[in-house]
Design a protein around this ligand. Structure first.
Ligand SMILES: Cc1ncc(C[n+]2csc(CCOP(=O)(O)OP(=O)(O)O)c2C)c(N)n1
Ligand SMILES: [Mg+2]
Length: 771
């Protein structure tokens, strides 16, 4: 462990003030000085920044080590930019263009910002929790010999107090406790203000208990040094008592009102504090009463230095929202912006000359400068964005499992089993994870081969007692499956963290997460969050749709293909056959390790399907692009059946039934509405660029007559495929599921929801009727 360095407190205080100035000025500049071309409010959060500048100064300029990684509270983004500006790694141009196109992003962004951002933030709560999963991934890499213990770092989350209302935080700490998580620092900017108002007093003391009961060290940092000293004066105990019983709203309001108001209130409610108040003028009293620990650099540094071990630590740093700004403590200050007069007053009070607002070390006198520069020099965080690690692992060809009849879910399990047995670099880099549905999503055979991951040994008590079971449940340091509790948000955050392993640790993993398709919705924002920061993984959602028959409506997914259609960074594939699945898995692995790749989502089913015979291999290319003609149409055919995934047997049966009556009838197998749609829009865009490139879907559909009718069929929302009519203006009869499912045999359900042969026949007939 590296020892904490001694830091010059005076220099830190100067840097803290610089951060408060630069963050406020960056936001002010974007709102009041930069030309506003469209009249849109630009916005920014000066109060949320000022609340954290001391915490961040102590952290970045003192406590952080080179391998530590931080998720910054979204609304403190400008403070992070100011830190890098002082370190020389952020440009003035980017700050001048804060919240503008190509400028510093409003909330720290891994992909869009030019400074190194360890974790993107924005949707509150998620940035907090991902640090926990990243720490688990660090342990995983260390246990597998890909990371030396000495190169490991701490994972830090800077948290707004209202962020603590997000449930995903508690799901995460429960999971962390199970895995004995370590090397975590979660630091709460406890200003007791949210967006709308001040926060509930009733939570006082509760957060501490929750974290402590999950095994965390809790550091409650309430008073700064000035207050601690005042408590030693005559009446000091009364002052402490009064502060401790003050409500959040009262404290905030008095902060806003200032010294005179503090004096009146203290004298009225705690007359013993008179001598403390009398000895200070209004400005000094305001300074004293707002000297909470989160604004006191010494207190923060001592706390950080104290926690120099790997125990997960929860710091509650009391702060004032808008500290040092004219709207400090005002309940409406969340999005509040200083007006030009207020900004000018702040500028003058900080000794910043007009016209010199952007100078990094403006207002720092010659005596102080060397100390400040030395602190900046010694700061140990990375200045440059690290290279992303891609292209290091070769992905072998993946063969389809044999079997005349199989489900895509079973084939998925089989492919992983084959990989596990065959071994090789890809197999060794795969890490699987599942929220308590490992066995029921067919990961069991893989886990039997590769074991569960645990720091330390996990004994399979049942196996040791010789109780027969198909599933081994033992593990240890070398295991490759991380079992999660039933919290889908945690699954996605784990995939996000594992999917960033190449970026965070320089070692690429191939994460595969499984869950039931309908429960994607449970963790949707976390999934979006994972994609937003370009984490790479394979999501396998199974079973899906009505094909679960007897499981009933609560488990039959309807809309995930639509979710996937609208989700950037995630490629949806829905195979009908095992050979398609094998091709898609190979492609998904390749995409994980490709700089221009993305994550993939496979929507699978437990329905056993008779496999088709392939005469030649051209289907594969089409399947990876989103679709291919499973039964070729005649040129200019007037009708085609278009089907996806598990509904393929009905489509094939209907095609056989109708092919003699409907001349040239084709059957289009759609393997990815997502890719077809993307290709279509990209084709449109290329047209505006002057070069006309017909997309894959246009090429497929132009095999039919322009007046042809399409019967689309999906065990999912019909809108997944109905849009195909818009590509060339062909008519569509969309079949699919639009109402909640229920229990029943597949035949019953397909009849009731009109996905069966009769429905297809009727739809084809209707399309062929003269218009
Ligand atoms: C999931 C989500 N819901 C709502 C918001 C909108 N929002 C942004 S900040 C905020 C309040 C944050 O308060 P707090 O966490 O206490 O931060 P601070 O007081 O430090 O600004 C809200 C509701 C969001 N960014 N993310
Ligand atoms: Mg707050």
């Amino acid at each position: 462990m590296l020892k904490p360095v001694a830091t010059d407190i005076d220099a830190l205080k100067i840097l803290e003030e610089r951060l408060r100035w630069l963050s406020a000025w960056t936001i002010h500049h974007a709102n009041h000085i930069r030309e506003n071309k469209d009249g849109l409010k630009v916005g920014g959060h000066q109060a949320s920044c000022a609340s954290m500048t001391a915490i961040m100064a102590a952290l970045y300029f003192h406590a952080l080590r080179p391998n530590d990684r931080v998720a910054v509270k979204p609304h403190a983004g400008p403070v992070l930019h100011a830190i890098h500006y002082l370190l020389g790694s952020q440009s003035r141009e980017a700050l001048e263009n804060f919240r503008g196109f190509g400028g510093a992003q409003s909330y720290p962004s891994r992909t869009k910002d030019r400074i190194p951002v360890d974790f993107s933030t924005g949707s509150v709560g998620l940035g907090v929790a991902i640090t926990l999963f990243a720490s688990l991934i660090q342990d995983y890499l260390a246990a597998h010999g890909w990371l030396e213990e000495k190169d490991s770092g701490r994972f830090v989350a800077l948290i707004g107090d209202a962020e603590l209302d997000e449930g995903n935080i508690y799901e995460a700490i429960i999971e962390g406790a199970k895995h004995d998580v370590r090397n975590l620092w979660w630091i709460v900017d406890y200003n007791r203000q949210s967006l709308d108002a001040t926060t509930a007093d009733r939570m006082f003391g509760r957060f501490d208990e929750i974290f402590a009961s999950c095994g965390w060290r809790v550091e409650t940092l309430k008073y700064g040094k000035l207050l601690e000293a005042a408590f030693q004066e005559k009446g000091g105990e009364a002052l402490r008592r009064w502060i401790d019983q003050a409500s959040n709203a009262d404290y905030a309001a008095l902060t806003y009102l200032g010294g005179k108001a503090w004096r009146e209130r203290l004298l009225a409610e705690a007359p013993e504090t008179r001598s403390i108040a009398d000895r200070r003028d209004d400005a000094e009293l305001q300074r004293l009463m707002t000297n909470l620990a989160g604004h006191d650099l010494e207190t923060m540094i001592e706390a950080f230095d104290r926690c120099d071990d790997d125990l997960p630590s929860f710091f509650i740093a009391y702060t004032i929202k808008g500290f040092g700004l004219p709207f400090a403590g005002h309940k409406d200050n969340h999005a509040g912006l200083m007006n030009p007069t207020q900004l000018a007053a702040l500028r003058q009070s900080m000794g910043v000359r007009e016209g010199h607002e952007w100078e990094p070390l403006e207002s720092i006198g010659n005596n102080a400068r060397p100390g400040v520069e030395a602190v900046l020099e010694r700061t140990r965080i990375a200045r440059e964005k690290p290279n992303r690690s891609f292209g290091s692992i070769s992905v072998p060809a993946i063969a389809a499992p044999a079997g005349e009849e199989q489900s895509t879910q079973a084939a998925f399990g089989r492919i992983l089993l084959d990989l596990a047995k065959a071994g090789g670099e890809l197999a060794d880099r795969i890490v699987t994870t599942s929220p308590d549905v490992t066995v029921s999503t067919n990961l069991g055979a893989w886990v039997n081969q590769r074991g569960l991951f645990r720091r330390g040994e996990l004994h399979d008590v049942f196996a040791e007692a010789k109780i027969a079971s198909a599933q081994k449940w033992s593990g240890g340091n070398k295991g490759q499956h991380i079992e999660l509790g039933i919290a889908e948000s945690n699954l996605f955050l784990m995939l996000a963290a594992a999917g960033l392993s190449g970026d965070l640790f320089g070692t690429r993993l191939f994460p595969i997460g499984t869950l039931y398709d309908p429960f994607i919705a449970r963790g949707l924002d976390s999934l979006n969050y994972a994609c937003y920061q370009d984490a790479r993984f394979l999501l396998v959602a199974t079973p899906s749709g009505l094909t679960l028959g007897p499981e009933g409506g609560a488990h039959q997914s309807i809309n995930p293909p639509l979710i996937a259609l609208g989700q950037p960074g995630l490629r949806h594939y829905e195979p009908a056959f095992a050979d398609e699945l094998a091709a898609m898995m190979e492609e998904a692995f390749r995409l994980i390790d490709d700089p221009k790749g993305e994550s993939s989502y496979l929507r699978l089913s437990t329905r056993n399907i008779r496999q088709v015979e392939r005469m030649e291999g051209s289907w594969r290319d089409g399947a990876l692009k989103g679709g291919y003609w499973l039964r070729e149409p005649d040129p200019d055919a007037e009708a085609a059946i278009v089907a996806m995934g598990a509904a393929m047997p009905e489509a094939l049966a209907a095609w056989n039934e109708l092919k003699d009556d409907v001349s040239g009838l084709g059957l289009l197998a759609v393997t990815s509405p997502d890719l077809l749609h993307r290709g279509w829009t990209a084709g449109q865009a290329s047209r505006w660029g002057g070069e006309r490139k017909p997309s894959h879907v246009e090429q497929l559909l132009s095999r039919l007559s322009p007046t042809a009718g399409l019967v689309t069929l999906a065990d999912a929302a019909p809108a997944s495929l109905s849009w195909l009519g818009g590509v060339l203006g062909q008519r569509v009869a969309p079949l699919g599921v639009e109402k909640f499912g229920q229990t029943g045999s597949l035949a019953d359900l397909y009849a009731a929801y009109r996905l069966d042969g009769d429905a297809i026949t009727e739809a084809v007939a209707e399309l062929l009727l003269p218009q």
